[in-house]
Write a protein that binds this ligand. Structure first.
Ligand SMILES: [Zn+2]
Length: 357
């Protein structure tokens, strides 16, 4: 018996790369000068990922500047730095704000994937940002000459092109990062904001065939930056029924850090559809303690009590460094945790195989 397991995506960047990224931002280093550091970071990340035994890997999002969400528009002239405030428990991260049309990507994740596939021997997944997160870049008041409807049309096309580019290159799967789903529950308890996000993301997912959607996943989490979250206090009960309405084949659900995992597993059991898979988080990237394989095994066995085995996989609760300058977790710790996830998931599969004959 095999239980699938895969990462979310990000791995902490090497410290010399983080310093160089700051020097580029300050104008003390050029894009040409930093390029060898990116190449080294990606090569090292893929080699270390493969050494963990993980059957699916990522490039660790080494090239995503500054984070998992705004990489695609970083460096564009029609953005101001003072947009949406993503509020973590003790600090804010601020999104760029669109100042004029048209909305276009400057970087697409399929270009990152192409580099990774050149170096990797194992299947590679690719994370992309959701349309709903990008929708937060449009200002509250409509822009003159670039109405919101046109913006939505443009962003859906950019997103679709990015996902299709990844699928075409041979991504093992394409993961849509939807951290703002749980945040929406907190920001708007009426549920209106979450419903609008689900609707928008389903417009995007609806463009893909059933076969493609089996390779598209959606990641939900309460955020993870500098060992803090933005919406862990928002109740999963207000999110999960809507989450499984998304027309995706796989869901990557943060679970390890939840205070009452059984309650969440029951909700997943009650709302997951027959043609959907759920990869539950069995590693907490915000906890400096490295989980043992036995701890992971027990979490998987717990999940298997509620989720049919053919629909169950495991993952990490979140990326290890969704923001490129986050140094709260070391690369060594991240890879050690991944190794525990892989080994613990295999231990659980073996135990389930024995118990079910
Ligand atoms: Zn996450």
């Amino acid at each position: 018996m095999i239980i699938p397991t895969e990462p979310i995506g990000s791995i902490p960047r090497p410290l010399d790369l983080i310093e160089a990224m700051q020097e580029v931002a300050d104008g003390r280093m050029t894009a040409t000068q930093i390029e060898p550091l990116y190449v080294d970071a990606i090569r090292d990340t893929i080699a270390r990922f493969e050494a963990t035994g993980s059957p699916v890997i990522s490039d660790g999002e080494q090239r995503k500047v500054h984070n998992f969400a705004t990489y695609c528009v970083h460096g564009l002239p029609n953005f101001a730095p003072d947009g949406f405030h993503l509020q973590f428990t003790d600090h804010d991260r601020i999104w760029p704000r669109l100042t004029s049309g048209p909305f276009r990507y400057r970087q697409r994740a399929d270009t990152y994937l192409r580099d990774a596939l050149d170096l990797a021997r194992l299947p590679v997944k690719q994370a992309v940002i959701s349309p709903s997160a990008l929708s937060l870049m449009y200002p509250a008041d409509d822009l003159p000459d670039y109405p919101r409807d046109q913006f939505i049309t443009d962003l859906l096309r950019e997103h679709e092109d990015e996902v299709r580019g990844c699928l075409r290159l041979g991504a093992d799967s394409v993961q849509v990062d939807f951290t703002e789903g749980r945040l929406a529950v907190k920001l708007d308890p009426t549920g209106h904001l979450l419903n609008s996000f689900i609707h928008l993301n389903n417009l995007a997912l609806g463009q893909f065939s059933t076969e493609d959607r089996r390779r598209i996943s959606v990641h939900t989490c309460p955020g993870g930056d500098c060992d803090t979250t933005h919406s862990a206090d928002a109740d999963y009960a207000d999110l999960l029924p809507s989450l499984f309405e998304l027309k995706a084949g796989r869901f990557m659900v943060a679970l390890a850090r939840e205070p009452d995992r059984i309650r969440v597993l029951k909700m997943i059991r009650d709302h997951i559809k027959a043609d959907q898979q759920v990869f539950v988080g069995v590693i907490d990237p915000l906890d400096p303690v490295i989980e043992t394989p036995e701890t992971v095994r027990d979490r998987v066995l717990e999940a298997a009590e509620f989720i049919p085995l053919h629909q169950l996989g495991t993952t990490d609760d979140c990326g290890f460094s969704p923001f490129s300058d986050d140094t709260s977790t070391s690369r060594d710790t991240a890879f050690a945790k991944i190794r525990s996830r892989v080994e613990g998931t295999a231990l659980a599969a073996a135990a389930l195989g024995r118990s079910r004959g």
